[in-house]
Design a protein around this ligand. Structure first.
Ligand SMILES: [Zn+2]
Ligand SMILES: [Zn+2]
Length: 263
């Protein structure tokens, strides 16, 4: 089993911290893990969050809080280089989860082009500045039709940018239970075609279920899953763990859901 989305952010860049993630992976029969950091964790990415900061005071404060703990990618790379010198009982990849903004492609390209990451997963966390996955109240007065359309348009552009190895949590817009007021089949179809064209994997993510609410659907919605599988999209299971004890969380169930729908 594989867990392709694990945040190491809540601890220091030390081998002791890394070992805690490996220990949980081994105990849960996970053979390969992808460790990553959010782009908002680094000074280098700060300029691309301008619209997010301007969107409302809640988001500005959230970013200010995050930027107090900001690190440099150089420190992260130094840790990765140190970790790569050792051998482990499982396979480990090191990378980033980058918030995608259409207007920031050049900046993202410039930054990630400088470092030898094993993978870079792209995420839509912000829809024209709106942090849709933060608080349910922020959805008051939001135009659902427009937000869904833009969410997937941004995702299509994310893939077409050619910057990323994988696509994180491809239907995370459902985080607070809002459903699209129109049929998404054609959009899912196009996203599947683009993922194939750009040779990217998509995540079968348990992040909402793990980090938001047990009420949240585990993995991608049934329609998306069927379309992605029919088109042959490479799908990897992802916990979206933010602490060592969550490595591999729900991975067996996420894999089973994929197998059941491909029967
Ligand atoms: Zn994410
Ligand atoms: Zn994540």
């Amino acid at each position: 089993m594989i867990d392709c989305h694990i945040h190491i952010e809540r601890g220091p860049y030390t081998l002791e911290w890394l070992e805690q993630f490996i220990a949980t992976a081994v105990s849960r029969d996970i053979e390969e893990i992808y460790l990553l950091e959010h782009s908002h964790r680094f000074h280098e990415f700060k300029p691309m969050y301008q619209n997010v900061r301007a969107y409302n005071s809640y988001q500005r404060e959230w970013l200010e809080h995050k930027s107090r703990e900001c690190r440099s990618i150089e420190d992260y790379m130094a840790f990765i280089s140190q970790a790569r010198k050792l051998s482990y009982p499982i396979k480990i990849k090191f990378g980033l989860e980058v918030c995608y903004f259409e207007e920031a492609e050049a900046l993202i390209r410039e930054i990630i082009g400088q470092y030898p990451f094993d993978f870079v997963t792209g995420s839509v966390h912000w829809v024209d500045g709106f942090g849709f996955d933060h608080k349910k109240e922020l959805w008051d007065n939001v135009d659902l039709h427009h937000t869904y359309l833009r969410y997937y348009k941004i995702m299509q552009n994310l893939i077409k940018s050619g910057l990323f190895t994988g696509l994180a949590h491809p239907d995370s817009i459902k985080c607070f239970g809002h459903q699209a007021p129109f049929d998404l089949s054609d959009i899912y179809d196009n996203i599947a075609d683009l993922l194939m064209e750009y040779q990217m994997y998509a995540e079968q993510s348990g992040g909402l279920h793990l980090n938001y609410s047990r009420e949240c659907e585990l993995g991608m919605n049934a329609k998306m899953k069927r379309i992605f599988l029919e088109k042959g999209v490479h799908i990897l299971t992802a916990s979206d763990a933010h602490r060592p004890e969550d490595v591999g969380a729900n991975i067996a169930d996420l894999a089973r859901l994929l197998e059941n729908s491909s029967l």
